[in-house]
Design a protein around this ligand. Structure first.
Ligand code: TYD
Ligand code: MG
Length: 476
């Protein structure tokens, strides 16, 4: 047998290097390289057959040489799907799970991945009980928590998932019996970071262990038409061994985001072989687990009050879904020499830019004052379409003039103070009209483009630059 080859893998991006380096030259991260024993050569190609043997399924290979056909000869066909029982999850998946597909669910620790996974398990279980398809349609493999802990969590949830088969195990080779016996519709592995296989010698949690284990499981899922959900932790500063290196071998990559101190959670698809990546799912974490939020705007604006200076409502777009959020600004006299600038839920650079534009293009004085910006509800605003609303919130606080009741603003602001167009204004306008907003400031020349009736009772006011926005605010 050849001597096992040593390689150095980056725990952040998964890049492999023949020599140790202080800094990964793929992703530029320092001190992220770890020594590993290289996976046996050609292992990735050989997986379907080997996975079958390893996982104890044996038997003749189902993989046979496909005849080469032209695209024209192939029927498009419909993708078969089954519902996850959670409407917002179905939306992100593109209408439900595809049998035999592999879904990676990533997110920071504590965001609620295990909760979502367990609720999903309970839903699928309840569903197959109802349809009489038999019990044990879900196998939940927990590598992090004991069955007792999982049971404790299930107690808190609406559907307690009594029929969900649970296995506390981390060695991939040991999943075989349960998988074979139950032949479940859905297998959930929480989490990929705990997986290990005897096929590679490196320590559990290392990049090659995670990659090798996950590819074995993925091949098994494909072979048996089982849907596989892999849960993976992602850290704030990027990615820990796992999710990133798995992205290419799964069909769907879902990211679960949210601020732990707030109830609001967003589920996004970063990759989806069976659907769009434009859809987002919205959840709220409560006492009894995650609840779907059909109307996020109503959730975010529940505490919004008209008539308070320093607040502006903006229509954001998450994928193709409009959401109204409130930006709050507080401008106060600076107590020390250098004024403080703090922002939560929005990029500091964006705030600094808006402050500079306001300073140069309008009479609002902000230079020597402390500025605090916050996006209500724990939402993160990344869209430039929020600029106009942000500028108005800042000006409103500095001037101590509240925006008129029922007003909102939407537009990107350039360095010259000009208001620029945003994408999908129609969707945003419709959402504002639906929720009864009376006025919306929009970029110039957009009114004529909107479909007739899109704005309903909402009055659209075209604003061409930031100085006019401030003038509009002053006139009330
Ligand atoms: P968890 O699913 O364990 O997160 P992850 O698997 O992503 O690390 O959930 C984490 C948090 O959710 C935890 O701090 C407690 C909270 N939580 C609730 O608020 N309500 C609930 O019903 C449950 C089950 C959890
Ligand atoms: Mg967890």
């Amino acid at each position: 047998m050849a001597k096992p080859k040593t390689i150095y893998a980056c725990t952040s991006c998964g890049a492999q290097h023949p020599k140790w380096l202080g800094r990964c030259n793929e992703c530029g991260k320092w001190g992220s390289l770890e020594e590993e024993v290289a996976a046996p050569k050609g292992s990735l190609d050989a997986i379907p057959g080997e996975a079958r043997d390893l996982l104890g399924f044996g038997g003749a290979a189902r993989v046979e040489a496909e005849k080469v056909r032209t695209l024209g000869e192939i029927e498009p066909g419909n993708v078969e799907r089954f519902s996850s029982g959670i409407s917002e999850l179905d939306r992100v998946l593109g209408g439900g799970f595809v049998p035999g597909s592999v879904v990676l669910l990533g997110g920071e620790p504590g965001v609620g991945k295990s909760t979502l996974a367990l609720q999903l398990a309970a839903q699928i279980d309840a569903d197959s009980m109802r349809s009489g398809a038999g019990e044990r349609s879900v196998l939940y493999i927990s590598g992090e928590e004991s069955p007792e802990q999982v049971r404790l969590r299930a107690e808190r949830l609406e559907d307690d998932g009594r029929g969900v088969a649970i296995l506390a195990e981390t060695r991939v080779e040991s999943f075989a019996n349960a998988w074979k016996e139950l032949s479940p519709k859905l297998v959930i592995v929480d989490s990929v970071q705990t997986l290990q296989t005897s096929r590679v010698e490196s320590s559990p949690g290392s990049v090659s262990q995670v990659r090798e284990s996950a590819s074995l499981l993925a091949a098994t899922a494909k072979l048996h038409d089982t849907t596989l959900v892999l849960v993976g932790h992602v850290t704030k500063d990027g990615t820990l061994a796992g999710p990133r290196v798995l992205e290419h071998l799964v069909d769907v990559v879902l990211g679960f985001e949210g601020d732990r101190n707030h109830a609001f959670r967003l589920l996004r698809a970063a990759k989806n072989r069976f659907g769009s990546t434009q859809e987002v799912g919205v959840f709220s974490m409560g006492e009894r687990g995650l609840e779907v939020v059909e109307n996020p705007s109503e959730l975010f604006l529940a505490e919004h009050r008209d008539g308070a200076p320093g607040s502006c409502v903006i229509p954001l777009l998450e994928g193709s879904r409009p959401m109204l959020v409130e930006i709050q600004a507080l401008v106060a006299a600076a107590t020390y020499g250098t004024p403080r600038r703090t922002s939560i839920g929005i990029d500091d650079g964006r705030v600094a830019l808006m402050l500079a534009v306001l300073d140069r293009r309008t009479p609002v004085d902000l230079v020597s004052r402390d500025v605090y910006v916050n996006v209500a509800g724990g939402v993160r605003v990344g869209e430039p379409a929020a600029d106009l609303g942000l500028a108005l919130a800042l000006a409103s606080s500095a001037l101590d003039i509240a925006l008129p009741a029922g007003a909102a603003a939407c537009g990107e602001v350039g360095l010259g103070g000009e208001v620029r167009r945003v994408s999908r204004l129609d969707l945003r306008v419709r959402e504002l009209a639906r929720l009864g907003y009376s006025t919306l400031l929009v970029p110039p020349g957009t009114k004529a483009q909107l479909e007739k009736g899109a704005a309903g009772k909402t009055r659209l006011v075209e604003i061409d630059n930031i100085a006019n926005a401030v003038a509009w605010l002053r006139e009330g």
